[in-house]
Design a protein around this ligand. Structure first.
Ligand code: NAD
Length: 487
């Protein structure tokens, strides 16, 4: 399989003055190389997006948008298996995950649903006629939705295909142009998307630019340039804060999808044998997901039973070579991330949490950035491992007295991105769900995910929503107009 090295600027696939290697995190071998954009490439991409936004009919021609999004969908589907192999190689995600959230799930609907919504979206609405200032004549009034303009997209490495598609779909459907900066660890899938856009769609040059770089700061241009109207970022809360601050100088709109420390809340009437071991599902992709439920809340009345069950669950997680379809967990993305996870584990031990299982680099793994599925018990919600996003296969088991106490612990977090609740009584689970300050919740194993489902966070987990009608509206501006009713 040959990867695409070139970036996409103003409709052209360009080699770039330099290249950088992309490592396979399971083998530490080179998975491919990418053009390494510098600040001048980024400037050209931003100028091209501005030009396309202001002087092509992309923003005003819904038929062109629909047609070219359908073309892009077909082109992506034709290379689905190449994407699968490439994602496993550069992201280190288990191939199992590509049949769901890494590839097949977003490919199924992330472009398709926004394409359908081009027709169904409420582009304008009528307000009642009025004479607000008492001028003696009535005025018709309307609210119009228009594209926000040039969107700078800054990408993470953990679910890069999912994120690029769930950004591109709404951005394009709403008539915007964009400059996408992939994460330095995982540019190859984005470069491939760029080639397909250039070669197989009618998307006008400059509407989509894909600018990979090994230098984080090349992406910073997107947060400061006066030519960019909005920044859409997925990644860490720390970087999100920095982006928001940088964007304030030009008062850009910011859309941030950030970190989480979500709870998996097991109410005392739940079927423990059926639900508690499934907490190990958070080891999927080595825990590198912002919506992972990394705090397991169990009642003190059944605490020991729960710890035994979660231990069993974590010890049965199959991990290793991401190509092996039996594995749920692969490597961390990089040596840096692996070391960060191991540091958190040491902090957990130092602060007095009880290491129940895991905690180390597994034996026999000489290559690749692997960490064992790890369970901590006797965790107090004030400990570092209960407060900070570890982004690894590490769960903290926290006890609670009653439902009120559980809700209080769930909400005692800087974050509020996701979570899950289990109970034999759906009404009770729903009542608790209403009290948790979080953007998404899975109740009794249900799934909230979908291109039509808004996703995002309360508090430090973000600003705005991706997907759903809210995720279309976020890429629009609002204009209100009035004109006299009479002749
Ligand atoms: P990061 O947030 O620093 O990087 C994400 C993206 O932001 C990358 O494309 C990067 O190049 C870019 N970036 C970094 N600094 C920037 C700046 N000043 N201006 C503009 N763009 C900038 O994430 P990371 O360093 O790759 O990972 C660190 C931690 O982030 C992880 O351990 C994890 O906790 C978290 N993370 C969260 C998510 C999520 O979806 N919530 C995704 C990835 C990483």
């Amino acid at each position: 399989m040959s990867s695409e090295t070139r970036m996409l600027i103003d409709g052209e696939l360009l080699a770039g003055r330099q290249e950088f290697d992309v490592l396979n995190p399971a083998t530490e071998e080179v998975a491919g190389t990418s053009a390494d954009a510098d600040a001048s490439d980024m400037d050209r991409a931003v100028a091209a997006a501005r030009q396309a936004q202001d002087s092509t009919d992309w923003a005003t021609d819904p038929e062109l948008r629909k047609r070219s999004m359908v073309q892009l969908q077909s082109a992506l589907e034709a290379e689905q298996e190449e994407f699968r192999a490439e994602l496993v190689a550069e992201v280190g995600c288990p191939v199992l995950t590509t049949y769901g959230p890494q590839l097949d799930a977003p490919l199924r609907e992330a472009l398709g649903w926004p394409t359908e919504m081009i027709e169904q979206f409420s582009w304008s609405r009528r307000l009642p006629d009025n004479d607000a200032f008492g001028l003696g004549f009535q005025t018709h009034r309307e609210v119009w939705k228009e594209p926000v303009g040039v969107v700078g997209v800054i990408m993470p490495w953990n679910f890069p295909f999912e994120v690029i598609l769930n950004k591109l779909g709404p951005i394009l459907a709403m008539g915007n142009s964009c400059v996408i900066k992939p994460a330095p660890d995982t540019p190859l899938n984005a470069n491939r998307v760029g080639r397909l856009i250039a070669e197989q769609t009618e998307i006008p040059p400059g509407v989509v630019n894909i600018v990979p770089s090994s230098d984080h700061l090349v992406g910073e241009v997107l947060t400061t340039s006066p030519l960019v109207d909005m920044v859409a970022f997925t990644g860490s809360t720390a970087t999100g804060r920095r982006i928001m601050e940088a964007a304030s100088a030009t008062l850009k709109q910011v859309f941030l999808e950030l970190g989480g420390k979500s709870v998996n809340l097991i109410l005392d009437d739940a079927d423990f044998a059926a639900t508690v071991p499934t907490a190990a599902g958070m080891c999927m992709h080595a825990g590198q997901g912002c919506a992972m439920t990394t705090r397991l809340l169990v009642p003190f009345s059944r605490y020991d039973e729960a710890v035994e069950l979660v231990k069993t669950g974590f010890e049965s997680v199959s991990y290793g070579d991401p190509i092996d379809p039996a594995n749920l967990q692969g490597p961390l993305i990089s040596a840096k991330q692996r070391d960060r996870v191991l540091d958190y584990i040491q902090k957990g031990i130092a602060e007095g949490a009880r290491l129940v299982t895991g905690g180390s680099i597994p034996s026999g793994f000489d290559k690749g950035y692997f960490v064992e599925p790890t369970v901590f018990a006797d965790v107090d919600n004030s400990m570092t491992i209960a407060r900070e996003e570890i982004f690894g296969p590490v769960i903290a088991v926290i006890g609670y007295e009653d439902d009120d106490h559980a809700v209080q612990i769930a909400n005692d977090s800087e974050y509020g991105l996701s979570g899950s609740i289990a109970s034999a009584d759906l009404d009770r689970a729903m009542a608790v769900a209403r009290r948790i300050r979080t953007g998404t919740l899975a109740i009794n194993g249900g799934s909230w995910y979908g291109a039509d489902a808004p996703f995002g966070g309360y508090k430090a987990s973000g600003v705005g929503r991706q997907c759903g009608v809210e995720g279309l509206e976020i890429f629009t501006e609002t204009k209100t107009v009035g004109w006299p009713t009479g002749p």
